[in-house]
Design a protein around this ligand. Structure first.
Ligand code: NI
Length: 263
């Protein structure tokens, strides 16, 4: 009881932040991690990148992000970060449903190398049903001003009609340019959200977002964590080779998808 009260006090979710997330489909929390935590987790991320070798997302000349997938299963400290009580507490409070950890990736843009991250929403690439409350945390492990490739969000885009969403994708060949399915797209404003090391942003899986290039001499290191509805089931999609032992419709549960304890 004492522990949960202490935790609740540390979860900085104001009514204003909750309303901002509901209305806009994203929200920014400055200073969630201390300087010491940032240093510890950044070192862990750099260590894992060195050890695993960055996996490529497409041919080298087309790389938008170098990443290490499912990092929480590969490094104890990155598991600790994916299950960080303040971050999971915020995720639970924003989603307003019980959650499980789906995945966590180190998201790295090399200095002066990476291309912009294409406009997309996360729902399209997630191999799961019941994704209506799924959300992602983006944890900054270095300062990420605009010129280092921070995220930009399209406020309110998570509320667009189903007909204006691509929905589930089973092959990257099926990827649809959002301009072709959402007539309003070109007329909607973007919000760019520079983040300092230790800040966390959350975005709903339908929120349209993108990231710029890294035009600085320092790597952009972020940690993206997807928290899904605890009742989500497997729906074959893309980048889901690690789930091929599951049957379609099978629950994404058990120790591979830890239940999040609400703050
Ligand atoms: Ni994304």
């Amino acid at each position: 009881m004492v522990e949960s009260n202490r935790l609740a006090a540390r979860v900085p979710l104001t009514d204003g932040a909750r309303q901002h997330y509901r209305k806009n489909g994203y929200v920014h929390f400055p200073g969630i991690l201390s300087r010491d935590e940032v240093a510890e987790y950044r070192a862990a991320a750099e260590e894992l990148v060195r050890k695993e070798g960055p996996e490529l997302w497409g041919p080298e000349e087309e790389v938008q992000v170098h990443y290490v997938a499912n990092a929480w299963r590969k490094h104890d400290l990155l598991k600790k970060l994916a299950l960080h009580p303040v971050i999971t507490g915020l995720a639970s409070a924003l989603a307003e449903v019980p959650l499980r950890l789906y995945s966590s990736d180190i998201l790295l843009k090399k200095p002066r190398r990476a291309l912009p991250t294409l406009v997309h929403d996360d729902e399209t690439g997630l191999p799961m049903s019941n994704a209506s409350t799924t959300l992602s945390a983006w944890i900054a492990l270095v300062d990420v001003p605009e010129e280092r490739g921070c995220l930009s969000f399209m406020p309110g885009s998570h509320s667009r009609a189903d007909s204006e969403c691509q929905g589930h994708m089973t092959s990257f060949a099926n990827f649809v340019n959002i301009k072709d399915i959402w007539p309003d797209y070109a007329w909607r404003p973007w919000t760019t959200v520079p983040v300092r090391a230790g800040d966390v942003t959350f975005h709903h899986c339908r929120t349209v977002h993108r990231a710029g290039v890294n035009d600085t001499d320092e790597a952009r290191i972020g940690y993206g964590v997807v928290y899904m509805d605890a009742g989500a089931t497997y729906l074959p999609g893309v980048q889901d080779e690690h789930l091929h032992h599951l049957r379609p419709g099978q629950a994404l549960d058990g120790p591979d998808f830890p239940l999040i304890e609400a703050g």
